[in-house]
Design a protein around this ligand. Structure first.
Ligand SMILES: [Ca+2]
Length: 621
């Protein structure tokens, strides 16, 4: 066949990853897929938009796990067709995509638009297309990301709804094309229904893309949360084959105050990590597509081996009986092929699904094994793919240098604190903003043990701890407030520390460096903050974290940064990590102590919660 490349042929050169993937797919993998009916049995053929499009994040979860709320949270705005409520609301597969003008596009229009990758969804039929739509909205994050909201899955053991189309088939189709699949669970209602179970099973071959989100975790105290977390791990272990691959994020992803604040810091860290993971998706979209193409090539090869084997077993007479027998004993067929070709069982298609699909075929019409086609795909995997991969580091670096390849806008816009709020309060004003409350702070300061008009770190620590902020956060505040870095706080520095604590406990971030307008008037002559002082500051954090806030004469080493900032940064970071654990521990102890106090508030919280359209159930674990 002329289709095949001779070994003597010069190797193709690829200009970029995307073009290379399209080319090898069409030249080497597509012929094998077509020959062995891969598109009918497993997955439609790949089209150009499958290689070109923006990264896709899909959300799957039972009703009221907060899928729609999560999308609204990351967009930081509403979108057309957005419906939030405890009752079944999201019945549609809804693609949330960018457009200058808001609007909705129905599924039957999306499926015939050749610029969009939805053409092959037509195979799921007209009923499905009426359940498919796109919400177009002008949100910046959608310029680099497409989000898919899937129909809410009913809770309850035996609630398999007849949706009028192959629900799990559609999920699988999207999962193969998605860059991230977020499975949402409601922390205070963790039952996993049969339909949800089959949904997870349908997508589990894509487990490298799956992230688990234990949402509404703020409704539980620390002990309850740990119990729910354990129960979720246990359930997932039974449904997913490698549950340890999928990271579980714990948090409360909506714009409401936390009910139990004990795990607040944990939630913030988890949220940052999840959003970091999502933010860089555009840069790694080509890596994902390449991985998916390799997976697909493996599945196409296995499919060819199965089809050709079935063909080889067909007798001249008694064809129907033999076909039935082969379908019945398909597990034996799988084992034979696994042994003969040394292929792991995990690369084989779901056996029940395969039995169903095979029923409609006449096995005698299946093609025999075409070894040349198989080795063509092997060469693609062994030679062409590595050469395409070698282009990746360069492409990723180019994107990074051009400031591209990450999501901006919405929740990803992290410098969005408007002037006048948080630590920016008082910016541009004549007076020192801390002076507004300084008389109050002075009362506290004057009640403390001073020497030379200053208090020691040990004394300050006792007062600062009353804020109940984690010690890591207090360490940062200390190092910002001790403006002259002498290891003591004078009354101005102390007032500044109290001011920064208030900024933080009011729910705002503390600054990384002390802004000009917060420098105490008595310290202004020290001059503007420069890189060197920053180095000292890191040293300061480190010292406090190691020893607690205490009175210590600054040493030469701490005053003069050595080996630049890098050292301080690295050590500081390691300390941070230790501190997170410590913080969680402290928080949990604190939570236990506060439990009695918080129970009194429960009724109030429930009422507030119902008003917000959220169901509130007892934890059913
Ligand atoms: Ca000082």
């Amino acid at each position: 066949m002329t289709l095949f490349r001779k070994k003597s042929q010069p190797m193709a050169t690829y200009t970029n990853v995307t073009a290379g993937l399209k080319e090898v797919y069409k030249s080497y993998l597509l012929p094998l897929e077509k020959e062995y009916k891969f598109h009918d049995i497993h997955s439609p053929m790949m089209e150009d938009p499958d290689f070109d499009g923006k990264p896709l994040v899909m959300l799957i979860g039972q009703y009221s796990t907060g899928k729609t709320t999560f999308i609204r949270y990351i967009l930081e705005q509403d979108y057309p067709g957005m419906r939030i409520g405890p009752e079944p609301t999201t019945d549609n597969f809804n693609i949330i995509d960018f457009a200058e003008q808001s609007g909705k596009i129905p599924g039957n229009v999306l499926a015939v638009d050749s610029s969009k990758p939805y053409k092959h969804l037509q195979q799921f039929g007209g009923t499905f297309l009426t359940r498919f739509e796109s919400s177009q909205t002008n949100a910046e994050i959608l310029k680099n990301l497409t989000v898919l909201d899937t129909p809410g899955i009913l809770a309850g053991e035996k609630q398999l709804v007849n949706r009028g189309y192959e629900f799990t088939g559609v999920l699988k189709w999207f999962a193969e094309r998605a860059d991230r699949i977020i499975l949402l669970f409601d922390a205070h209602k963790l039952d996993i229904s049969d339909e949800f179970k089959s949904a997870i099973q349908a997508i589990r071959k894509n487990e490298d893309k799956i992230r688990i989100l234990l949402n509404k975790a703020d409704m539980l105290n620390h002990q309850q949360l740990m119990r729910v977390y354990g129960a979720l791990m246990w359930s997932l272990a039974r449904i997913l084959k490698n549950p340890e691959v999928s990271r579980i994020y714990v948090g409360s992803f909506w714009n409401q105050p936390l009910q139990y604040v004990g795990n607040k810091d944990l939630f913030e860290i988890e949220q940052d990590e999840l959003f970091n993971d999502l933010q860089e998706l555009p840069r790694f979209a080509t890596v994902r597509r390449l991985n998916d193409l390799i997976k697909r090539a493996t599945w196409a090869k296995v499919n060819a081996l199965i089809i050709a084997y079935l063909k080889s077993q067909m007798p001249v007479l008694g064809k129907e009986g033999k076909k039935k027998d082969l379908i019945k004993k398909l597990d034996e067929v799988y084992r034979k092929i696994q042994d003969e070709h040394n292929i792991p069982a995990a690369d084989f298609p779901d056996i029940e699904n395969m039995r169903k699909k095979l029923e409609k075929y006449d096995f005698t019409k299946f093609p025999v094994l075409n070894k040349e086609m198989i080795s063509q795909v092997d060469r693609m995997l062994g030679e062409d793919i590595p050469r395409i991969m070698s282009l990746m580091p360069r492409e990723q670096l180019d994107m990074k240098l051009a400031g591209e390849g990450y999501i901006t806008g919405g929740i990803f816009q992290r410098n969005g604190i408007p002037v006048g709020v948080g630590f920016n309060e008082g910016m541009g004003e004549k007076g020192w903003v801390v002076n507004r409350k300084k008389p109050e702070y002075d009362v506290i300061f004057n009640s403390l043990e001073e020497s030379d008009g200053k208090i020691t770190g040990r004394i300050a620590r006792g007062v600062m701890l009353k804020s109940k902020l984690p010690s890591q956060e207090l360490g940062k505040i200390w190092s910002l407030a001790d403006v002259d870095q002498d290891g003591f706080l004078d009354s101005e520095e102390f007032a500044l520390a109290m001011h920064l604590i208030k900024v933080k406990t009011d729910g705002h971030q503390t600054p990384l460096e002390l802004p000009e307008h917060l420098i105490p008037p008595g310290h202004k002559k020290v001059g503007p903050i420069n890189g060197h002082q920053n180095g000292v500051r890191n040293g300061g954090i480190q010292r406090i974290q190691q020893n607690g806030i205490q009175n210590e004469e600054p040493t030469l080493q701490q005053t003069v940064p050595q080996n630049g900032d890098q050292n301080g940064h690295q050590n500081g970071h390691a300390e941070d990590e230790n501190n997170v654990e410590e913080t969680v521990q402290q928080e949990s102890e604190q939570q236990e102590i506060e439990n009695g106090e918080q129970k009194e508030n429960t009724n109030e919280n429930e009422n507030a919660n119902e008003e917000n359209g959220q169901e509130n159930h007892e934890t059913s674990i």
